[in-house]
Design a protein around this ligand. Sequence first.
Ligand code: FES
Length: 100
Amino acid sequence: MPLVKVAELSEVPPGKMKEIDLGAQAIVLCNNNGNICAIDGTCPHAGGPIASGALHGDVAVCPWHSWGFNIKTGISDFSPSISIAVFKVEVHGNEIFVEV
Ligand code: FES
């Protein structure tokens, strides 16, 4: 699958998330102390916009009902049987690429 440039590193400061609209897919870039991850942007519970929630370390918390998702594995802290997609990320200089 191709790597696509989705953002500049400066657009996702440490401790923040940013939603990227890729047309058919919304993804969320997460910056945990300089480690950039990319996860599915739509919560599997009821469709909440994960990027509008909060990032606590490695956990992205959905703003609607507070389910948390590990940004490295995608696994929910509500139930390990529930997970979201995690995408491969590469950072080159100030540019963030995601495999989609
Ligand atoms: S929609 Fe995300 S926790 Fe309910």
